[in-house]
Design a protein around this ligand. Structure first.
Ligand code: GTQ
Length: 343
């Protein structure tokens, strides 16, 4: 061949061919490159914008009225941490958000308001602050508000992961509302007891069948444990919401947890390879993420990217802090990519 080396590089690039020796370093970093950065959104700063758009934009125009919390390092994929997304949704009394479905798994963690519900695969699921509602992939879902005042919740979806695999489908329902086919709240009534599952139900899916993990149950669990457990050095009294069929995570791609940090709690430092999104249900505190102090207040949302070192602090001497969190740990574990390190 009679080409110079420069010409060879150029001609190969034109044929969509790369040369590994020039990319070994960036394709195989010694440690994860952490495109996602530690970040914090204050709820009180976002709330006025939610109310503005509730007034300025009809639910029909928007379909879903949601502010997306986008990590500055993940703008291309609209992700909050790698593979996962967080948004804050608002719905006003009298509104209906059109039924649709998508491949992505979704959940809602209720922040404020009363009188709203979502219909998921024919079941109306009522919402109260602190409830966790599931909308697993390809389940029809439409939201309604029949109470007073605005209703707001945190949306968690795995769409950045689904999109990165080119596996996303989306469909609008032919009607605004899907048909209700079972009594309200049936799935929670049947399954929330956890140790007594309805044996006549044959389909045991990788998704939890529970439409709502109500705050009342979460509170009961914390009250029952009271101060009689040490909890985790890193995460305090941390509980995982589980799929009653498997004992595993609520959906195949997302693990949801709730943790109580007792007054004066100072967690040990740890890092692991599951990007995590956290929401302060109550209390306030500081989480140090890769040396950066994130001071969070009630209802705020913040992130700990994969392989970032974090430690939680509840500096209050009298008040508990409660954090809801979700991560892509089940995906990372299923692929054999989970690593953790106590520091
Ligand atoms: O409520 O169905 O934040 O489909 C993003 C996509 C919420 C929803 C989001 C959605 C929804």
């Amino acid at each position: 061949m009679t080409v110079t080396t420069d010409e060879a590089y150029e001609q190969l690039a034109a044929q969509s061919v790369g040369t590994l020796w020039r990319h070994l370093g960036d394709l195989f970093p010694a440690e994860p490159t952490k495109r996602a950065v530690p970040f914090h959104w204050a709820y009180r700063a976002l709330r006025p914008y939610m109310l503005h758009f509730a007034d300025a934009l009809s639910i029909e125009e928007a379909q879903r009225r949601v502010l997306m919390l986008i990590n500055p390092g993940l703008q291309q994929e609209s992700a909050t941490v790698t593979g996962l997304y967080a948004g804050i949704q608002i719905i006003l009394p009298g509104e209906q958000a059109q039924a649709h479905r998508h491949s992505a798994n979704a959940f809602r963690f209720i922040i404020e308001g009363s009188g709203a519900y979502t219909t998921v695969s024919g079941e109306r699921v009522h919402m109260h602050p602190g409830d966790l509602l599931l909308t697993p992939g390809w389940h029809w879902h439409d939201h309604y508000h029949e109470g007073e005042g605005p209703m707001m919740w945190l949306d968690g979806l795995d769409f950045p992961l689904v999109n990165s695999l080119d596996t996303q489908f989306f469909e609008l329902h032919s009607e605004t509302a899907q048909k209700v086919s079972v009594p309200d709240g049936l799935s929670s009534a049947q399954f929330i007891h956890g140790r007594l599952n309805p044996a006549w139900i044959g389909e045991r899916s990788a998704n939890s069948p529970i439409g709502n993990y109500p705050w009342a149950e979460t509170k009961r669990a914390f009250d029952a444990i009271a101060d009689n457990a040490d909890g985790s050095d890193v995460d305090g009294m941390v509980l995982e919401y589980t799929n009653p069929w498997t004992g595993g995570p609520v959906m195949p791609t997302v693990s949801c947890r709730i943790q109580r940090l007792v007054p004066g709690f100072r967690g040990a430092a740890r890092r692991h390879t599951a990007g995590t999104i956290l929401h302060a249900v109550r209390g306030e505190g500081t989480t140090i993420v890769d040396g950066q102090e994130i001071t969070w207040g009630e209802k705020d949302i913040f992130v700990v990217p994969s392989w970032a070192t974090y430690e939680h602090v509840n500096s209050s001497k009298s008040e508990d802090a409660v954090l809801f969190s979700y991560s892509n740990e089940p995906v990372v574990r299923a692929l054999g990519l989970y690593r953790e390190e106590l520091l």
